[in-house]
Design a protein around this ligand. Structure first.
Ligand code: CTP
Ligand code: MG
Length: 216
């Protein structure tokens, strides 16, 4: 079984509206609908689990009666762990995706599934095109080497048992799932993430998404 997990339990603090950003409209649909529909169109995804805030569980279940809708936790990590615990016993692989990335394509998901045949983890990541500096307390402490820096997107795909165990051990507090793994112990493949696979984080990103929608 391959399970798709759509994370949508955040409150969108940086977005700054009362309505969590994943339920905002992007044209005629909610942001979350885009990822759900793309995952639904992949025939090798056998089940979809959607994680939402408690108060959205009923509404999203009614909209998507075929999928399992569960409540998330206070952090992304907790929400992801909640979904992993609800996966069926015979789950082989999981793909974990941020609902805040509506432009995820079928081709990326299929590449992840294919790469899982020879890897325990597959991440979608993009080379940094900006120079990144490290700043602490307003002071620049390091200029990073741009060619060594990549920006992680989602989905991230894993052998189920490996990522479930990493969540159980919880050796880190992380903003993605891959960061919970011991990188040297795992065979991981990096798939190049396209620029358009943006995460809607601020209101400005929603404007960029609206512009992108007409040009993809
Ligand atoms: N997420 C989640 N549960 C949480 C926090 C985040 O399922 N407790 C999900 C979000 O809904 C989002 C994805 O994880 O789709 C990436 O998180 P992020 O972009 O940080 O969203 P928010 O946490 O909602 O935003 P912010 O950090 O600005 O509050
Ligand atoms: Mg967050």
């Amino acid at each position: 079984m391959n399970i798709g997990i759509i994370l949508a339990a955040g409150q969108g603090q940086r977005f700054g509206s009362n309505l969590p950003k994943q339920f905002s409209l992007l044209n005629d649909k909610m942001i979350i609908d885009y990822s759900i529909e793309t995952f639904e169109s992949i025939k090798n995804i056998n089940k979809i689990i959607i994680v939402t805030p408690q108060e959205w569980v009923d509404k999203i279940s009614k909209l998507y009666p075929k999928h399992l809708v569960i409540k998330g936790g206070a952090t992304r990590q907790e929400s992801s762990f909640s979904a992993l615990k609800k996966c069926p016993k015979n789950t082989k692989n999981v793909l974990i995706h941020d609902s805040a990335r509506p432009f995820i394509s079928k081709s990326i998901i299929n590449k992840c599934l294919l790469s899982l045949k020879n890897n325990s983890a597959v991440i979608v990541s993009k080379k940094s095109t900006d120079t990144i500096i490290r700043v602490k307390n307003g002071k620049i402490i390091k200029i990073e080497k741009r060619e060594e820096l990549f920006l992680n997107q989602t989905p991230q795909a894993f052998e189920y048992k490996i990522i479930l165990n990493a969540h159980i051990k919880k050796t880190a507090i992380a903003t993605d799932d891959f960061s919970l793994l011991k990188i040297n112990d795992i065979k991981c493949k990096i798939i190049e993430g396209p620029n358009y696979n943006i995460k809607i984080t601020t209101e400005q990103d929603l404007k960029i998404a609206k512009a992108l929608l007409h040009n993809l």
